[in-house]
Design a protein around this ligand. Sequence first.
Ligand code: HEM
Length: 426
Amino acid sequence: MAKTEKSAADPAASDKTGSPVDPEGIPEDIEVLASLSPDFVADPYTAFRRLRERGPVHRVLGPDRGVVWLVVGYEAAREAFVSPRLSRDWHREYRQPGWTPPYALNMLGNANMLMSDPPHHTRLRKLVAQEFTARRVEGMRRRVQEITDELLDGMTKDGARSADLIEAFASPLPMIVISELLGVPDLDRAAFHAWSNETLAPTSPEAEREAYEQIMPYLAGLIADKRENPGEDLLSALVHTADEGGDRLTGDELVSLAFLLLVAGHETTVNLLGNAVRALFAHPGQLAAVRADPAGLAAGLVEETLRYDGPVVTTTPRIALEETEIAGVRVPRGAIVLIAMAAADHDPERFPDPEHFDVRRGDARSNVSFGHGVHFCLGAPLARLEGEVALRTLLERCPELAEDGEPGEWLPGMLIRGRRTLPVRW
Ligand code: HEM
């Protein structure tokens, strides 16, 4: 099994998310996810269901061989998301023996909002939310449509009848959208993709370090440029924004934020699109329904995909600052807690018949795929907009869309869910 994916947006989500485990012996009281579902990455849902049937919170050994407390029930997940005892700031308390902070943690500090707790988090989020508004996102609608159309023109050019949907469409779309939104139109997408892959799933510590050493100065240079030559873009706005008391984001905070937005704005949406299309292929009745009414059912398709097979399996890890309880289960101080949205969103107590994929499901929008509480995904409105425009237009332009052979391998780990490639024909 490959290592857990690590997000530079979240360096703490490293291959050492949990306490290190002695390879000689796994303590008897620990559930091993791989034994509950032999190919856990391909099918985490079976393991989650088996655990959930026995209770909402479990101490488990994940595919990264780290021991974590995994929250699998819907109500328990919502409780954990808002617990002030579960921290996202790894500098604060995490002092377990044998754990060395990943390089990225030192590099990014707690300057980024996903790696901080209130009140620090409140300050960062307020400054960002003041510029990353619903209005700015809605203002992107026309451009998202144009980018979608251009990518589909390219994909279907010269009578082409087949492509890898990830490479031709699902990956470039969110990358172009987020880079235009931030004001990085000339972003070297191939280089950025390679760097971001290296920070998410490093091939070696040296390669990881090298990626950070390239990307951080690049972003710092970009921010310096926005300071001198501001445009209409989000990054320029963030460089210049101040709250009513005159508080501003520092240089480090801006670099860390730009990095978070670029990574979080890309990897997730790619797999929302890919997972939606795969779910349709696996459910021909649903595919026929969406084909017959793409405009009417695109929003439902996005919500049901988020619930049924969302792109983010578990949260970034939290640490228990003190002994606490989640859904009545005692969690000791220092425990690493992962909330499994993919499990919570299949909880039959919340979603009847959860293994049934239904784009018309009335309450799919109450999924926790974007999280909950103070760290609720800042980009959710943008991701929903991109998903709706992209999937509707794809099915309008390619009504005969069908699988064209086996999809590529699964992305490794417990963070992001999706296939590397998705061959399609139309
Ligand atoms: C389908 C696509 C997406 C999914 C499923 C998703 C999921 C999530 C989740 C689960 C969290 C909370 C993590 C936690 O509590 O540990 C989160 C946070 C965040 N997401 Fe997203 N995300 C998506 C797209 C985006 C996009 C497009 C952007 C930016 C443009 C974005 C920016 C962020 C940011 C900045 C945070 C941190 C918020 C905070 O700490 O206050 N996300 N996302």
